[in-house]
Design a protein around this ligand. Structure first.
Ligand SMILES: [Zn+2]
Length: 347
């Protein structure tokens, strides 16, 4: 799991807010109890007095302990004192509980309030992140992924092969659309399983409506659920974000920017660029694509690119250096078949 510093700070601020809100609840409960059971204050005051007296006794006792004989005497004496003190305190604590019960409150009504008792709203159990931290991190990576609206139904279990015909093998690899789809899904799954151990990238190419976006969503979901940071952008959005940073003089001003930090494009664990080739291409888009692809290769951060372009069209549309980076460092996964959207509409 890799959260950016900014994401980490957001989560930690959330814990601050939770602790403040819970402290507020506890303060209100105290006020309520003081109002309904005024003797509660008196008991508390008595506990304070006794504790202070005991503390004073200990300090004085210590300072006069000059000879060992005296020390022994004082020790045995203070042991008796301390057990007396103990029973007095537990009696007073019992009275506090009786007070609460009398006004219809549970015995632990004035105990600290925790939203997550496991980590006491700190996010950590020892050095380990608490399950509530992981939950917050997942929510946050989803929020930042541009995949908030990804549906639960888009996952490997629901990937349907019924749309892929089992005839007309593709001359390029000799596989029918169905055989090819099975292979593509297997490779996509392998990518997620080995994500943390093995750096790799995917170019998913093939005909329109063959399920490329669905397959990238399956991968995204799998990795988001294991709190990897994923950013999904269509090619048009991807270049918009970059040109907004480069050409919009108001970029980064909180009231005008869309809040998207283009640093995420090089920092996130997985960047998905969907439908490459649908943007209006020029030397700017080509050089930006190279910059991001190259930067992420250097940082060993994975990229998935999906495109309707053939490899030849890809080479013609972008610079040679983009094409050579992709063909040398990306797994090329074809996905072809009839247009699923058309099939769905006509069934
Ligand atoms: Zn927790």
């Amino acid at each position: 799991m890799a959260l950016t510093n900014k994401q980490y700070d957001i989560i930690m601020r959330e814990y601050d807010n939770i602790r403040t809100a819970n402290q507020h609840i506890l303060n209100e409960r105290y006020e309520e109890v003081y109002r309904l059971a005024p003797e509660y204050t008196e008991i508390e005051q008595e506990i304070i007095n006794i504790s202070m007296e005991a503390a004073r006794g200990r300090i004085l006792g210590k300072s006069t302990d000059s000879s060992s004989q005296e020390a022994n005497y004082n020790n045995s004496g203070s042991q008796g004192e301390s057990s007396k003190l103990h029973s007095k305190l537990s009696e007073l604590n019992n009275r506090k509980i009786q007070c609460l019960i009398r006004i219809g409150k549970p015995a632990d009504y004035l105990s600290p309030v925790y939203t997550c008792p496991l980590c006491k709203d700190s996010g950590y159990i020892g050095q380990e992140r608490c399950s509530c931290f992981k939950k917050k991190a997942i929510d946050l990576v989803y929020q930042d992924s541009n995949l908030k609206n990804i549906t639960d139904s888009e996952n490997f279990d629901t990937f349907s092969y019924e749309w892929y015909a089992d005839d007309n093998p593709n001359p390029a690899n000799g596989l029918t659309p169905l055989q090819n789809a099975r292979q593509a899904v297997a490779k996509a799954k392998e990518f997620t399983v080995k994500f943390d151990e093995e750096f790799s990238n995917i170019l998913l190419y093939g005909t329109t409506g063959a399920g490329k976006t669905f397959l990238t969503n399956c991968i995204a979901r799998e990795l988001l659920n294991s709190t990897h940071s994923v950013i999904y952008l269509t090619a048009v959005e991807f270049f918009d974000k970059l040109s907004n940073k480069d050409f919009n003089k108001d970029y980064g001003k909180s009231d005008t920017s869309d809040g998207f930090d283009t640093d995420y494009l090089t920092e996130c664990d997985l960047l998905i660029i969907d439908d490459l080739g649908t943007e209006i291409g020029n030397s700017y888009t080509s050089s930006k694509l190279f910059y991001i692809i190259n930067e992420r290769l250097l940082r060993k951060k994975s990229v998935i690119i999906s495109t309707n372009l053939s490899l030849k069209e890809l080479r013609d549309s972008y610079s040679d250096r983009v094409f050579s980076r992709i063909t040398s460092a990306y797994k090329l996964i074809p996905l072809f078949g009839d247009d699923i959207r058309v099939l769905k509409a006509t069934r």
